[in-house]
Write a protein that binds this ligand. Sequence first.
Ligand code: ARG
Length: 464
Amino acid sequence: MTSQFAKKGEAWSARFSEPVSDLVKRYTASVFFDKRLAPHDIDGSLAHAAMLARQGIISAADHAAIEQGMAQIRSEIAVGAFDWQLDLEDVHLNIEKRLTELVGDAGKRLHTGRSRNDQVATDIRLYVRAAIDDIDLLLRALRLALLDLAEQHADTIMPGFTHLQVAQPITFGHHMMAYVEMFGRDAERMQDCRKRVNRLPLGAAALAGTTFPIDRQQVAAALGFDDVCHNSLDAVSDRDFAIEFCAAAALIMTHVSRMSEELVLWMSPRIGFIDIADRFCTGSSIMPQKKNPDVPELARGKTGRVNGHLIALLTLMKGQPLAYNKDNQEDKEPLFDTVDTVVDTLRIFADMAGGITVKAEAMGAAALQGYATATDLADYLVKKGVPFRDAHEAVARAVRACVDQGCDLSDLSLEELRRYSPLIELDIFGVLILAGSVAARDHVGGTAPRQVRLAIARVRAQLT
Ligand code: ARG
C-alpha cells in the first residue's frame, strides 16, 4: 500500500504515516546550500553508473540513458534553469528526481549499490580537492607578487622589530620574503592534506558496504582518486579531511592576518612606511581626510571567521558515534565559507601586493632611530677579542650616553666611542651605518641584500 503523501516525492515516504511539518522540512533540508556540490555530485554519479554497467549490474541502455539525462541536468543547472525543490531535501535527491523525470526507470536504478552517505562523502572530497587546487594557484600568484616586491626592495632598509621596538636594521625585501616562506609552507600543507582528501568513499554505501559486485578501484580511477577508503564505516562518517583542510586554511588566514596587521600599521601616517593603492581603500563618510586600509583590516577580521569554522567542524565531529549521522550535514556551510573566504582573500592580496608603494626614506629614517646598529658595535668588539657579555655591557653604556645627548651611535666621535672600548678604531663607522649592518648578515637566511636576492632566485625557480 502506498501512503497518501508518497506522491509528493519523498524518497522514503512509503515507510511513514504522516508527513513532516514545513518547519521540520526546512530545518532538515540542505539543498539551498549543498546545491553547489551539483557538478561533483553528477561526476560521482556518472562514474558510479559506468561502473554499474561495466559490472553488469545495470544495462548498457540504462547507462546511456543516465549519461544523457545527466548531461541535460548539468546544463540546466549551469544556466540556472534547474528547479531546486526544498521538498526534495538535498542536492542528491533533487538531481536523482529530475533524472528519473527525464529518463524513467534508468534514473531509479542509479542508486543501486550506493547510499547518500557515501555519495555525499564523495562529493565533499571532490569539492575540497578542487578547492585545494584553486588555493594552490592563488598561493603561487601571491608568492610571485611578493617576490616582485621583495626584488624591488632588496636594498631598501627599514627597522626590524622585536616587541615592536626597533631591534636591528633589515631590508624590506627580507621582510617580504618572510611572508613568502609562510605562504610556501601553507602551500605544502595544502598539498599534504590533499593526499588524505583524495580517497574514494563510494562503495561504502550506507555504512557496511553493498551486496552488489562493485569495482571501487574503477570508480576511484575514473574520478582521479589515488585510492579508496579502506573501511566502509570510516568512509561515510569521518570528516577529518575537511577539518584538516580548515586547519590549513586557518593558518593561511593567520599569515594573511599578520601581514594585514603590518600593512595597517605601516600605512598609519604615524609610521608612514607604505601607501596602498586607492582601489583597496575606502574613505570615511564624515572625515574627508581619511583613507582607510579596509582590505587588510577586513582580512584580519575574516581570519576570526575561518578560525571559527575550524572549531565548528571539530566540535561537530567530536561526539558522533560511528557511522554516518545527520550532524554531518552541518559540515558544509563552514567548509564552503572557508573556501570562499580564503579564495577571495588570496585573490585580493595577490593583486594588492602590486599596489603597495614603499616609502624608503621614511623606513630608512626610522631605522636610524632606536640604536638599531648597537648589536653591530657589540659584534665588532667581539671580533676584536672582547667576550660578548662585556661587549654588550660596553655598548649599553654608549647607548645610554647617546640617549642623554639625543644622538645616534654613529654621531659619536671616534674619541667618544673609545671611552667605551679602546679597541674601537676608525673602521667602526662602516659598521655603524645601516647599509653596513645589513650587508654584514651575509649567510643563508640573513638580511644582506645579496642573500635576499639569492632567496628570491631560489623561490622563483621553485615557482616557475
Ligand atoms: N544531505 C545529507 C548530508 O549532507 C546527505 C546524506 C544524508 N544521509 C542520510 N542518511 N540522511 O549529509
